[in-house]
Design a protein around this ligand. Structure first.
Ligand SMILES: *[C@@H]1O[C@H](CO)[C@@H](O)[C@H](O)[C@H]1NC(C)=O
Ligand SMILES: *[C@@H]1O[C@H](CO)[C@@H](O)[C@H](O)[C@H]1NC(C)=O
Ligand SMILES: CC(=O)N[C@H]1CO[C@H](CO)[C@@H](O)[C@@H]1O
Length: 414
């Protein structure tokens, strides 16, 4: 018996040691960022950043820049509500959800105070929850029409779940959020957007970000394996999540292996799909086939836990990274007190640049096809705990927003 117990104990110790080596060590140091050195923005002489607070630009989780006009679209909420309602990180208290989520439009290329260049989009034709016209914003993508000023907007909307008969709130902690993807239409610089349609589909399960692939179709990430439940809890350790595709009224899963918290995906200038996995600090590169499935072409290692990506006019990809995820987790519970560090990474495609369309085999396992540079970073003094960074290649400016941050930041680099 004693023998058996000691054998069990030894096996237990070995098991914990192996877990430490392969899972917890990477979790604590690589992912959570304990012990990682972070520079201050002051070490980057050419970068001048400014906090923009007090204008209601809170919780601006996602941003998109209209290259032609310089209008910056931002999906915002109030920071405090994200503490209660943020299905991506399992905050599922629907009665604390934001009741004033809205899209801001900042004219970034005009002179004058920020407030004189900022408008909020009024929403037309959208029923919301029991007719209240409201939504709960997360990821967004916009497709600019080639010939006109028309902009097609897609947003992830984390609706609270409702009882279909009574219309009362169901317990989201039990059934999860009722997340949908909403399409709106607007014109650059307009102060309204009109609802076009709702995509509600079993494959749109835990949506995070969307990315248009043409005028009628888009891809999106499901950041977890499920809305709630046991399997979801295992995601941190064994991975989970998927990439979906929707065209008109049909959706399917386009890829579902090897991901771990896939979030702010983009379509690159080269028509490839770039998917960051926060937990791995990698970007997976895919091509989209006629069959609406993805083919994995490459994996870019960035060395930092990543968030959402954006593409600038030159085709370069920018990523907001979280050098200290453990601080960001504290920040997500106390948005006004804790200021986590942010790093801005640039991913440049080498080789043939953005023109060559990738084929399987063509890019496979060739790291040097991409270069990753850290542009600047900050210990939390000026930059928000950024979940998105957008670069205007024309002016050299960067715009940074954070899912729970109480302000945005604008950085000049020239
Ligand atoms: C849920 O949110 C409401 C409204 O903000 C708040 O009063 C309540 O205490 C929250 N519940 C929990 C369990 O945090
Ligand atoms: C989820 O939202 C869709 C689209 O509005 C709606 O048809 C459905 O009844 C909702 N389901 C729940 C559980 O709230
Ligand atoms: C669209 C979007 O903003 N997605 C993610 C950005 O990164 C944060 C932090 O990892 C996620 O919580 C968001 O879901």
């Amino acid at each position: 018996m004693v023998n058996l117990i000691s054998k069990v104990a030894i096996v237990g110790v070995v098991f914990v040691a192996v877990l430490y080596q392969f899972i917890f060590k990477s979790l604590i140091f690589d992912f959570l960022g304990h012990g990682r050195h972070v520079s201050s923005i002051k070490d980057f002489n050419h970068v001048k950043c400014q906090k923009v607070g007090d204008l209601g630009l809170e919780g601006c989780e996602d941003m998109w820049l209209h290259e032609k006009t310089g209008f910056l679209y931002m999906a915002c909420t109030d920071s405090q509500s994200r503490v209660q309602w943020n299905p991506a990180v399992g905050a599922l208290n629907a009665s604390g959800r934001g009741m004033n989520d809205r899209i801001a439009v900042l004219d970034t290329r005009r002179e004058g105070s920020v407030s004189s260049r900022l408008i909020w989009l009024n929403v037309l034709n959208f029923p919301g929850i029991n007719g209240d016209g409201r939504f709960n914003l997360h990821g967004l993508d916009i497709r600019a029409d080639k010939n006109t000023d028309t902009l097609r907007i897609l947003v992830v909307n984390h609706r609270p779940p409702l009882d279909p008969v009574t219309g009362e709130l169901l317990d989201a902690a039990v059934v999860g959020a009722n997340s949908t993807i909403e399409q709106f239409i607007t014109k650059a610089g307009s102060s309204t957007m009109r609802h076009v349609k709702t995509y509600a589909d079993p494959f749109i399960n835990t949506p995070n970000r969307v990315a248009w692939v043409n005028d009628h179709a888009f891809v999106f990430t499901n950041d977890h394996s499920d809305k709630v439940g046991f399997r979801r809890h295992l995601d941190t350790f064994i991975g989970g999540g998927s990439i979906g595709y929707c065209s008109r009224n049909r959706c399917n899963i386009a890829w579902d292996t090897g991901l771990n918290f896939p979030n702010g995906l983009v379509k690159g200038r080269d028509a490839l799909i770039y998917v960051p996995s926060t937990r791995h600090g990698t970007i997976d590169v895919f091509s989209l086939g006629e069959d609406h499935k993805l083919t994995h072409l490459n994996e870019i290692h960035t060395g930092l836990p990543l968030d959402n990506l954006s593409v600038d006019k030159n085709g370069d990809i920018f990523a907001a990274a979280l050098p200290k995820v453990h601080k960001w987790i504290e920040h997500s519970k106390s948005p006004f007190e804790i200021h986590p560090p942010t790093a801005v990474l640039k991913v440049t495609r080498g080789g043939k640049g953005y023109e060559g369309i990738g084929r399987k085999g063509h890019l496979e396992r060739r790291e040097a096809d991409y270069y990753v540079d850290k542009m600047f970073e900050d210990d939390g003094s000026v930059l928000p705990g950024a979940t998105i960074v957008v670069h205007d290649a024309e002016t050299g400016r960067f715009f940074l927003g954070g899912a729970v941050a109480p302000y945005i930041a604008i950085c000049e680099t020239r």
